[in-house]
Design a binder for this molecule. Sequence first.
Ligand code: DX5
Ligand code: ZN
Length: 221
Amino acid sequence: MGHVQITPSILDTDFARLGEEVARIGSADWVHVDVMDNHFVPNLTFGPSMVEALSRATELPLDAHLMIEDCDSNAPAYVEAGAGSVTFHVEATRAPVRLAREIRAKGARASMALKPATPVEPYEALLPELDMLLIMTVEPGFGGQKFLDLCLPKIRAAREMVRRHGVETWIQVDGGVSLETIERCAEAGADVFVAGSAVYSADDPDAMVRELRVRAEGAST
Ligand code: DX5
Ligand code: ZN
């Protein structure tokens, strides 16, 4: 499995000071940007112009997590805005293979997300098309929710599928990831870890990023 990466979410930061907020997580591998449209999820955040502004405010690559309807039409704009990785939800995409290919052709990593009730097995054949699979460990929409242990078997199944296919697809987890839960995710086979409230509620967010990394590395199988 790939090396451990920590991708802090800026969802619960001060949006009037985003440049300063991303400067507090220098040890992170990516900045996780939660894009919400108030339709796919009951919350509203950023659009492409904010992603574009953020890409100029940090050296870190941007990991855009799109929680929006009609990803087929709306996702490519986030590659153009400068995101290095673009994640679409399979529940909001009509043609995931076509979209993944379009994201890659435009120069970003293509990633697909599954809500907690969406099984991973039907998508096994898509793995070679995907640079990352995001297994949600809360219902998407808000930061600070409780980690859902019921998602752990799906992480295991995804890791097994990646092994079987001999592909390099990263497995990301998102939602309720903290010092308390990150080891469970790593043991199950995740290698990319989103953490929002755990990082930004810490006195020293960058120290928390480093601590999460150590925990995940210690538990990786
Ligand atoms: C939830 C978002 C997450 C969220 C994570 O819908 O996709 O990225 O910000 O926040 P925590 O780590 O607090 O669950
Ligand atoms: Zn997210």
